[in-house]
Design a protein around this ligand. Structure first.
Ligand code: BGC
Length: 766
């Protein structure tokens, strides 16, 4: 329904406007009945609906909802369409339960594998995370239900999450941490964004003008509203000015009153409040108009989707001697308490009540002619129990195969706390070691929300990473173990060998008041590649029951301007005997650069289904952004002129196909020419190249003359060598040097004139 919001706002009293800026209770917005402004319901999220039966009553139970795999698992599918389907199903559940906004997706970057909430997050890579987030948002919102992309921004740890100041340089913030939000917000057009609890570079996210006004609203053009994470407000009026519309939950009238007083005293322009109210009304009415009264979803259909999703998320990490898939006639020892009581979701605000549960043991019993169970460890506490291990070993010896369900118990990872180590509990480790020593055919199925160390890896034949697979994790695991589903997940994060090897090791979780993102851009595989560190399993890695050959890569051009696009196609063939899905990964590798850059970065991926022997060609379109870095002078993305390799393959550590492209920049990498503009920057721009070259060459002549004074001690050859070494760096000197020792009489006045002329040439003088 079309409404005239300006008209409605003009009829609202100051008090009514302010009151709309905080919730009604824990989960609802305030209505203004006299003007027909309804109240809408929002609730968690992200991988299923956590709705209290009566949103106004904190003590009411959560209604059953389908528990899909959590973000860490979903991202391992690298499947945009699957994530969209899951999102749409969640949207349907919201419709049935009369929820207008679901709080998710959570797209924070996995800076350290220790972050207690990594199970909810998608990836260490901003492009993958952004794509997954966009698909989730599109899926949910296709049902007329809104999303809240969270937690904006740099909420990458749970330690001191309410107060910590994340100190992140502008380039890293934009290239890694904010980049992850672009897809869900710009492409997905998320209705709302939830700001994080923490501070970023000295300002709480709830009142961070840079994040909310400058990036989210101005640069990205977000038209929806920003709400606080629950209780993340600091100074209410400062928040409103910085672009925060809604405070959640409602804790009392004081903050609304402060807004009223600020307008009355002139501290806050009423126009700022009006704009906030306009955004609030836009979302509230969208939610209200999108309601489908009486809608019901089919819980069985959603459960089947959860099963398909979970199976497609699992990552086969090892399969020696093709032990997997299991054969129905093999007798199986199913070991580990998780086989009967699976760990399928994480702790905290995303914890939901599933509509039903598939236990792995029951699912395996349905596929195996002969299987028996031994718990192997206690669900609670991490200490090993010798008698349980002994019992498990005996059972393993009596069967053809042992399948151990192990991983991280609830107490090892949760919202609100970070992990302190990467290891699994000793009860799980000792069980695996003992069973593997007694049974040569041992498979480990892992349930965990983030990487674990695997000291036992060489002793077992197969490892299936199941992540937190949701309510159908048990049947999905059996589907994969028995080959009903060919595993096709790949890691959306690097698995390190040990904690000390991880990028943020020296700076996580930081001090009591701030954490410095000292590793900069080098998060995840960007770090391991630059440091030439071999991880346990690299980003993008995952096996299949079939094999794939990367046959061909083509680009439709060998050179392009940054205003053009290039089409790249990659041909991949299934060279094995069963059908399977492959995730083709495309990375861009700058071959030369004037700024620090990761070795390569993910810029495209596609999941393709291939019959045995079948080949398919997948297509990618790359534009300027695929080659660009975030330039902190122009505060924008900038792609340098130069050569780039575009490489493709099955994982970040294996990119057999490569094609080279030469890129010509048409942009200017600075806002204005100044004393500190570098020769190389000017040489890269057609209008100023000749001047810069000439000025630089002139100064080299002077350098040569000065070098002559060392001729006696160094000899002509020595001088020539030194000269060559020094000259290499001259282009990185600033214009300023023209008025100094190298300038040959260029006065400060001349320098100012040169700068002025250059700005005029580049039309930067205004
Ligand atoms: C979490 C959010 C969640 C909110 C409401 C907060 O503690 O950080 O992710 O949406 O609670 O439950």
């Amino acid at each position: 329904m079309k409404r005239n919001l300006t008209d409605i706002i003009s009829q609202m009293t100051l008090e009514e406007k302010a009151s709309l800026c905080s919730g009604l209770n824990m989960w609802q917005t305030k209505p203004v009945e006299r003007l027909g402004i309804p109240s809408i319901v929002m609730t968690d999220g992200p991988h299923g609906l956590r709705k209290q039966a009566n949103p106004g009553d904190m003590s009411s139970k959560t209604v059953p909802a389908t528990c899909f795999p959590s973000g860490a698992g979903l991202a391992s599918s690298w499947d945009r369409e699957l994530i969209r389907e899951v999102g749409a199903a969640i949207g349907e559940e919201c419709q049935q339960e009369d929820v207008q906004i679901i709080l998710g997706p959570a797209v924070n970057i996995k800076r350290s594998p220790l972050c207690g909430r990594n199970f909810e997050y998608f990836s260490e890579d901003p492009f993958l995370s952004s794509e997954m987030g966009a698909s989730h948002v599109k899926g949910v919102q296709s049902q007329g239900v809104g999303t809240s992309v969270k937690h904006f921004a740099a909420n990458n740890q749970e330690t001191l999450r309410n107060s910590i100041n994340a100190v992140v340089d502008e380039r890293t913030l934009n290239e890694i941490y904010l980049r992850s939000f672009e897809g869900p917000i710009i492409e997905g057009d998320a209705w709302t964004v939830m700001c994080a609890y923490n501070q970023v570079n000295g300002d709480y996210c709830s009142e961070n003008d840079y994040l909310l006004n400058q990036v989210l609203k101005q640069r990205w053009g977000h038209g929806g509203l920003v709400m606080t994470d629950w209780g993340a407000i600091n100074e209410r009026v400062k928040g409103l000015k910085a672009g925060l519309e809604l405070e959640m939950p409602y804790v009392g009238p004081e903050h609304d009153r402060m807004i009223v007083e600020a307008v009355q005293s002139g501290e806050l322009e009423e126009a700022v409040l009006d704009e906030a109210v306009r955004r609030l009304l836009t979302v509230i009415f969208k939610g209200y108009d999108g309601k489908k009264e009486g809608f019901t979803y089919d819980a069985e259909v959603h459960h089947q989707l959860a099963r398909r999703a979970a199976a497609d998320c699992m990552v086969l990490l090892k399969n020696e001697g093709s032990l997997l898939p299991l054969k129905p006639e093999q007798s199986v020892a199913v070991i580990g308490a998780f086989a009967k009581h699976p760990r399928y979701q994480g702790g905290g605000s995303s914890h939901i009540t599933p509509t039903r549960m598939d236990a792995p043991f029951d699912a395996i019993a349905g596929m195996s002619a002969d299987c028996a169970f031994a718990p192997g460890y206690l669900l609670k506490g991490g200490e090993a129990d010798d008698s349980l291990i002994e019992e498990a070993v005996k059972l393993a010896q009596s069967k053809d195969v042992a399948v151990i369900f192990a991983g991280l118990p609830d107490s090892f990872e949760s919202e609100g706390v970070d992990r302190t180590r990467l290891d699994m509990p000793s009860s799980h480790i000792r069980l695996i070691e003992a069973v593997a020593a007694a049974q040569p055919n041992t498979v480990v199925v892992l349930s965990n929300g983030s990487p674990v160390t695997m000291p036992w890896l060489p002793q077992v034949q197969a490892v299936l990473e199941g992540y937190l697979g949701g309510q159908a994790t048990g049947s999905a695991a059996a589907d994969v173990l028995y080959g009903k589903v060919n595993p096709s997940g790949k890691l959306a994060e690097t698995f390190p060998v040990r904690l000390e090897q991880t990028p943020a090791f020296l700076n996580f979780p930081g001090g009591k008041s701030e954490v410095t993102y000292g590793e900069g851009l080098f998060v995840g595989y960007r770090y391991y590649e630059a440091k030439k560190e071999e991880p346990l399993f690299p980003f993008g890695y995952g096996l299949s029951y079939t094999t794939f050959a990367y046959e061909d890569i083509r680009a439709d051009r060998t050179s392009m301007k940054d205003t053009d696009t290039v089409n790249v196609s990659v041909t991949v063939r299934n060279t094995g005997t069963v059908a399977g899905k492959e995730i083709v990964q495309l990375y861009v590798k700058p071959l030369e650069s004037h700024v620090v850059r990761p070795v390569k970065e993910l810029k495209g991926f596609a999941k393709v289904h291939l019959q045995p022997g079948e080949a398919k060609t997948v297509h990618f379109v790359l534009d300027q952004r695929a080659f660009a870095y975030f330039n902190t002078d122009i505060h924008d993305w900038f792609a340098e002129s130069g050569a780039y390799d575009i490489v493709a393959g099955p994982s970040s550590a294996d990119t057999p196909l490569s094609v080279t492209l030469s890129l010509e920049s048409t942009g200017i990498p600075f806002r204005k020419v100044g004393r500190n503009t570098k020769f190389y920057e000017l040489m890269a721009i057609p209008e100023t190249a000749a001047f810069a070259k000439e000025a630089m060459e002139g100064s080299l002549e002077r350098l040569k003359q000065m070098g002559a004074m060392f001729a006696e001690s160094m000899g002509d050859d020595g001088i020539a060598e030194l000269f060559e070494a020094v000259v290499k760096w001259r282009k990185y000197d600033a214009l300023r040097s023209l008025s100094g020792m190298m300038g040959g009489g260029t006065s400060e006045a001349d320098l100012s004139k040169i700068i002025d002329d250059l700005n005029t040439k580049l039309k930067l003088n205004s």
